[in-house]
Design a binder for this molecule. Structure first.
Ligand code: G3P
Ligand code: MG
Length: 233
């Protein structure tokens, strides 16, 4: 079972910051999930569409320029990283799952990804783009056919993982509290990996292992890794 650091190693460090990413790299996770938002003139790594909860700033990320965002404290003196800073810190060390939140002007994002692939900052294998907005995923996949797509859903759609297969996705990502054996079976039959979020408790890790889940997103990847290793899940 793969372990992804959720918002970096966000249980022990400010979420979605370079510190949380660095910690996840040091733990040796299988992948790192972060959230991507558009600001006025760039892409930044932050979960909410508002600055208020995770920084000492206020207002909408999309209405703020990068220079202003960079003056803010995202916790313990960390700044809000840009997408480029994240890609460079990772330097192709592990799989990056970029979850698109309020991301606009996707043609710009496509250019950034393409350039980083060309410059070997990241390889296509180490890049997984996910979103709850399946139209956005469809568009991204049309622009970059090599792109690995992670189709996000909180609950179980009526036609199980058919929506993800239709998107030509690599994986389907589902809320741990909704996932069940039928959904996992259906995803696997369609050739999709299936990952669950957000999983920090041993009981949940065990249950998801029994369900044959391929990976989990954890806020405490170090603890979760020990659960998996010590119990040989
Ligand atoms: O990508 C999985 C998970 O992060 C989705 O929910 O709100 O934590 O971004 P959220
Ligand atoms: Mg997320």
């Amino acid at each position: 079972m793969k372990i992804f650091a959720h918002r970096g190693a966000s249980g022990n460090h400010p979420e979605n910051t370079l510190k949380a990413i660095q910690a996840a790299l040091e733990i040796g996770v299988d992948g790192i999930e972060v959230d991507v938002q558009s600001c006025l003139d760039d892409y930044v790594i932050i979960h909410d569409s508002w600055l208020d909860r995770t920084t000492n700033g206020v207002g909408k990320v999309h209405h703020t320029n990068l220079a202003s965002i960079k003056t803010l404290d995202a916790g313990l003196g960390q700044s809000v990283p840009t997408l480029q800073e994240l890609l460079q810190l990772n330097n192709n060390q592990t799989l990056l799952n970029l979850e698109l939140k309020h991301t606009f002007e996707l043609n710009k994002l496509v250019k950034i990804l393409d350039l980083n692939i060309a410059n070997k900052i990241i390889s296509p294998d180490n890049l997984l783009i996910s979103s709850f907005d399946h139209h956005q995923l469809k568009w991204m996949k049309q622009q970059l056919p090599w792109l690995k797509i992670g189709a996000l859903t909180s609950s179980i759609p009526l036609h199980y993982a058919a929506f993800a297969q239709e998107l030509n996705a690599f994986s389907v990502h589902v809320d741990k509290d909704f996932v069940n054996a039928d959904f996992v079976k259906d995803a696997h039959a369609r050739g999709l990996e299936i990952y669950a979020y957000t999983v920090d408790k041993y009981e949940d890790v065990k249950k998801l292992h029994q369900l044959d889940i391929d990976g989990i997103f954890s806020n405490f990847p170090s603890n979760t890794k020990s659960f998996v290793q010590f119990t040989k899940l």
